[in-house]
Design a protein around this ligand. Structure first.
Ligand SMILES: [Zn+2]
Length: 320
């Protein structure tokens, strides 16, 4: 089932009512005319997508904040069954159209996890490549609909094309604006091999500045959303990142170097009870990538030294 939460006139936060992990806070702009609805990050199980279209009939566009498959895996279904045009940031077009390119860019191939990721896609994500995707250049374009302007804000770091959206009504100036901050949220993730923690930190600052200087309903892609101003939302994310960094530093010592593989196995990022066993190998990328980002920071701060070995997971690290 989908739950529709009205945020302002013609704009809804639509969420699937299930206990599936990675459920999204999608945004739906309802148009008055046929073909004028706009969907943002509307990735649901197939039956829920059918339920959505039974209500909106047709959509003008499906806009993605970035190419991660928890947001985009069923874009092909929107396209093939309902003829909706999908838009994604230009940096991540291949994520939707070419699975091999995605696995190369994100790092699954480099870490020898290609088969594990393919298995996850087949059994859990049920992704199929899109034949064609329209791209946009985040930060440089706005979408206009019958009753809204959707401004794109480039917030790289989580992924290269990661995009936030500011939605404002063109019909009623008194309506509040919406700030959709996608995956800058309560579980900060920056573990892909093309993630970048320094950009992620800059993107937090950028969004916080916008949010604190305007009247916005704040919507992250996952978890809670905030009607009332939450002044510490972004500070809490920074704290979580810094706690991760502390954990990486504290798990190293100055007498015996540890490999990145070992650091992942110590489960300092994803606690053991949250590791999903059938895909446990994939945490070498998800957690390993995040640990690696902090190691880069710590090496720059001259708190840690890297001892090069044959590959990514075998490189060793020691506290200085
Ligand atoms: Zn993501």
């Amino acid at each position: 089932m989908l739950t529709w939460n009205k945020l302002i006139d013609n704009l809804y936060l639509v969420k699937e009512d299930s206990d599936r992990v990675n459920r999204l806070n999608s945004l739906i702009i309802q148009g008055n005319e046929e073909y004028s609805s706009v969907l943002i990050d509307a990735n649901y199980p197939f039956a829920e997508i059918d339920a959505l279209y039974s209500k909106i009939k047709k959509a003008k566009m499906l806009i993605f904040s970035h190419g991660h498959l928890d947001h985009t895996a069923h874009a092909f279904y929107h396209q093939e069954k309902y003829g909706t045009t999908a838009y994604c940031p230009v940096q991540e077009r291949e994520y939707l159209t070419d699975l091999d390119a995605l696995m190369e860019l994100v790092g699954f191939n480099k870490l020898g996890l290609t088969q594990d990721y393919r298995k996850m896609i087949k059994y859990y994500i049920k992704f199929k490549e899109c034949e064609k995707v329209t791209t946009f250049d985040p930060g440089n374009i706005s979408f206009k609909t019958e009753n809204f302007i959707i401004k794109t804000i480039h917030i790289p770091g989580h992924s290269p094309g990661h995009t936030a959206f500011e939605l404002s009504s063109t019909k009623k100036k008194t309506q509040r604006k919406i700030l959709y901050v996608s995956d800058i949220g309560s579980h900060p993730y920056y573990g892909d091999l093309n993630s970048n923690i320094s950009q992620y930190r800059d993107s937090i600052d950028k969004l916080e500045h916008i949010y604190l200087n305007g009247d916005y309903i704040l919507v992250p892609a996952h978890g809670n959303y905030y009607i009332k101003k939450d002044r510490t939302f972004f500070e809490r994310i920074r704290n979580k990142i810094n706690i991760n960094k502390e954990k990486v530093l504290n798990s190293l010592n100055s007498h015996k170097a540890k490999s990145l593989r070992k650091l992942v196995d110590e489960r300092i990022i994803t606690p053991p009870e949250r590791v999903y066993e059938p895909i446990r190998e994939l945490y070498y990328l998800w957690d390993g990538g995040m640990i690696n980002q902090h190691l880069i920071e710590l090496i720059n701060e001259q708190k840690v030294k890297k001892i090069k070995k044959a590959d990514f997971l075998s490189h060793k690290y020691i506290k200085i």
